[in-house]
Write a protein that binds this ligand. Structure first.
Ligand code: ADP
Ligand code: MG
Length: 556
């Protein structure tokens, strides 16, 4: 028998606890969602483990989550009959922080006066939100398959230490008991707890039960209070927008409404269901770091949760997508290694990509405001697809929007199709300029000749543009051309004029060449400029100055 003991939290846990409890105060109600989501994960895990070991369910096969309250003891309890934890798991899971995401979480939070509540769910620190409303938390847990004598009692005031004790527990699973702080009485009311369950957890796939109330007190009789359905398995006609939104929130990661979603069932030699969401705001670490731990797309097989499989089911440039994929025909005991080289999965993956691109196209066509929100949040991520996903290059390019010399100020609203639609007859090139900023692009002397001739130029100033253009040499049969490179489009009159001024300037050119020597490749008379006396230009094989600078910054 392991003795009772008191341990210190790992230093990082103590920091996280401090941050969470001090910054989440205005969103304190999310503790319930976080604890229910852990209970639901624990039920998912047990259901998955019991495929190989049916005896783990041991006569208690109906997985459920109970939320109860005790007005006299001033406690709220969340109990599940899921997988539970043994002593080592308790220490590893709630006394230590294993995930590397936590470091980033700490870094992200420490700069901010008031940390953003939506960060919490993204970093796997949900359990600690219990201490926002409780000054003491007790966890009673027994691992599925372990004997009754091997229960574990964990207790802490969330200040720096926790105690661990071996106890006798009659049932497997986990109970989290919150001893509420003095001013948190609102959570001792049934209707309050119940409305929070409806708001955040209605579509958790297991029954969430609450005691029936009599004379203001909980009784021993329990009733189910959530929809408890796997929402994606219902026919679309039976699902309202509010259901979709509430399911989206129960997936975690986001407190806000989703921007849009697409729900599809594919029947055939291979059947599967996808329910995919586009968030309305980028998650905190989309551009940095987000790559190594991609969460947010859950793989189910016949309604059994298998794993987070965002990496296997979506290409990197669609990493902002959240949702569920439920496949009928994959083996339940599939492992991540098998998934990575499963051909059925390839088909599901391309179906996911197609659905998401369909959805974005629909927004672009029918809901310009939503599309603008989408583009602002994820446009630069989408651009990565130009080089990552050659098969869908043209579709993705069609969705891109840029500022333009014929656009509305710096707003990125002009598509390649808009540009082509405005091209005069005879123009077969899409002209663009890249620069560090919109102001640098629009002010560039390279544009003078284009302005004088009324030729539209796309103004590209996002960091990723230059890199993206490396994989995009044409669109819709029109060549994409940097204004700093290559030959300008000249008509006969222009050509004649240029020849004349070239002759006239010959002595000057000679002198300049002699003066500048090796510092330039060539000195030429050009039709590029109308107002400025000179500018630097590139030969076709040279790197754009903007890219050269980026590479220099990156240490090349
Ligand atoms: P996350 O859920 O993102 O992993 P949490 O802080 O919410 O982060 O929970 C930490 C870990 O504690 C979980 O990953 C899980 O291993 C364990 N845990 C929490 N609640 C339960 C529970 N009810 N049953 C079993 N394990 C749990
Ligand atoms: Mg959690």
């Amino acid at each position: 028998n392991a003795p009772a003991e008191t341990r210190k939290f790992e230093a990082e846990v103590a920091q996280v606890l401090h941050l969470v409890t001090h910054s989440l105060y205005s969103h304190k109600e999310i503790f319930l969602r976080e604890l229910i989501s852990n209970a639901s994960d624990a039920c998912d895990k047990l259901r998955f483990e019991s495929i190989a070991k049916p005896e783990l369910m041991a006569g208690d096969g109906e997985l459920h989550i109970d939320v109860s309250w005790d007005p006299d003891a001033r406690t709220v309890s969340i109990r599940d009959n899921g997988v539970g934890m043994d002593r080592d798991e308790v220490v590893a899971n709630i006394g230590t922080i294993a995930s590397s995401g936590t470091k980033r979480f700490l870094e992200a939070m420490s700069g901010q006066q008031k940390a953003d509540a939506r960060l919490i769910g993204q970093f796997g620190v949900g359990f600690y939100s219990a201490f926002v409303v409780a000054d003491k938390v007790t966890v009673l847990t027994r691992r599925a398959g372990a004997p009754a004598g091997e229960g574990v009692k964990w207790e802490s005031d969330g200040k720096g230490e926790y105690s661990l004790e071996q106890v006798e527990l009659a049932e497997r699973g986990t109970t989290v008991i919150l001893h509420l702080k003095a001013d948190e009485d609102e959570f001792l009311k049934r209707w309050q707890l119940r409305s929070l369950i409806t708001k955040y957890s209605d579509h958790v796939a297991f029954p969430i039960r609450m005691p029936v109330e009599k004379d203001g007190k909980p009784t021993d009789e329990f009733e189910t209070v959530n929809a408890a359905s796997a929402l994606w398995t219902k026919p679309k006609s039976e699902i309202g927008d509010a259901d979709y939104q509430s399911f989206y929130k129960s997936l975690g990661h986001d407190f806000n409404d989703a921007l849009a979603w697409t729900h599809n069932r594919v029947e055939g030699s291979q059947s599967f269901t996808t329910l995919l969401y586009i968030p309305s705001q980028p998650p905190f670490d989309l551009m940095m770091g987000g790559r190594d731990e991609r969460k947010g797309l859950k793989l189910y097989i016949k309604r059994v949760f298998i794993m987070d499989a965002a990496e296997e089911l979506l290409p990197n440039y669609l990493r902002f997508v959240r949702g569920v994929v439920d496949a009928d025909d994959l083996p339940l005991n599939v492992s991540r290694e098998i998934l990575q080289q499963n051909r059925q999965l390839d088909r599901i993956k391309s179906a996911c990509v197609k659905r998401v691109l369909d959805l974005i196209e629909k927004l672009a066509k029918d809901e310009p405001e939503k599309f603008a929100t989408f583009y602002k949040a994820f446009g630069n991520t989408l651009k990565e697809g130009i080089s990552e996903d050659a098969n869908n290059r043209e579709r993705i390019a069609k969705l891109l929007r840029f500022a333009s010399t014929k656009g509305e100020g710096g707003a990125q609203t002009v598509s390649f199709d808009d540009y082509i639609g405005r091209m005069p007859v005879g123009q077969d090139t899409i002209w663009f300029i890249t620069a560090d900023s919109y102001a640098a692009a629009i002010g560039s002397p390279q544009l003078e000749a284009f302005k004088a001739k009324g030729t539209e130029v796309l103004l590209m100033s996002d960091r990723i543009d230059e890199w993206m253009l490396g994989s995009l040499s044409e669109y819709g049969g029109k060549k994409l051309q940097n204004v700093a490179k290559g030959e300008l489009p000249l008509d006969e009159a222009d050509k004649k004029k240029q020849e004349e001024s070239a002759k006239e300037a010959e002595p000057l050119v000679k002198k300049l060449k002699a003066l500048l020597g090796d510092r330039v490749g060539d000195v030429r008379v050009s039709a590029r400029l109308t107002d400025s006396p000179s500018c630097l230009a590139l030969s076709d094989y040279e790197m754009a100055p903007h890219l050269a600078r980026l590479l220099r910054e990156a240490g090349h």
